[in-house]
Design a protein around this ligand. Sequence first.
Ligand SMILES: Cc1ncc(COP(=O)(O)O)c(C=O)c1O
Length: 374
Amino acid sequence: MIPFNRASFDGKELSYLATAVEGGHTAGNGPFTKQAERMLSAMHGGAATLLTTSCTHALELSARLLDLQPGDEVIVPAYTFVTTASAYAWNGARPVFADIRPDTMNIDVDDARGLVTERTKAICIVHYAGIGAEPDAFAQLADDHGIALIEDNAHGLGARYGGQTLGSFGAMSTLSFHETKNITCGEGGALVINDPALLERAEILREKGTDRSRFLRGQVDKYTWVDLGSSWVLSDLLAGVLVGQLERFAEIQAARMRIWERYADELRGWAAANDVRLPAITPSAEHPAHMFFLVLPDDTARDRYIQHMQRHGVMSVFHYQDLATSAMAERLGSVRECPNAQAAAGRLVRLPLFASLSTDEQSQVIEATLGFAR
Ligand SMILES: Cc1ncc(COP(=O)(O)O)c(C=O)c1O
């Protein structure tokens, strides 16, 4: 069976892991953490970057930095991973769900604009598949209303919009290094901080609410409990693996891009003939080849496609459910009809896409797809 994803640690990842073990600094904030943070910061125009244990935890950290109060609202897309919404709900805000655009699967700026009220504290956008979710328009919207913009950039490390790096538009942005991402250390994440005023408190919250980072820099002679934080520091073992992956960034991206382009070229005719939509790359977006998805004409066709691919030895997988009609949305009083999110939940499917997918394996995926008629 051709898997949906297969992470490859073919560079120095394992030797760096051994180096961390031998060097004796296996907890967080060690030499590999610093190195990974420097590399990520350089990719974001020098913005401070804090490694975290996951993108979910980076989102939770961003939520704590917003100082949410009961009654506050945070606008998020209805079609996203659960924790884009739960991070803010967990910290006391009511998530307000905006629908997505049917072409890019990204949060719809006009729908979001209509949801802003005096209770709105922030908007968290998701760059689905790393295709920029009109971050310039959202930055303007956030500015117009004096609210914070956060970018959940779990999919889009290194991608650009209008020539500007994704993750550099909002006050903060988050990254994921989960095994399904282009660059991975198994589980991991980062918070990129574009608003320098947030940095000192972010460091404190990530260190269990203590000023330990200041202590480690010699700025205070003991560290103590100063705020409500949690344990969001990534182990240096995993940071070592991450540095090994980041060193191979260009090579991994190039391999993924070749695979992405081949899917696009060889499936275009079949898609048009079968009323299937391929990812829409808007003119301002430079995407990171994170995901190749198909949108089938209806739910039945999507489910039949997944079964057909399975019979042909290929694992293809659907993605998010619509959060705006979830049981938790009901408990939070956040239920809303988002027809495009509902359609995406029922019709979208993702194809195997990873740097070590061989030409023959990809041919098998393509041939199996060409053999499917709705
Ligand atoms: C858009 C989005 N945000 C956040 C996450 C959570 O990432 P993590 O698994 O690193 O917590 C994911 C997971 O895939 C995601 O797709």
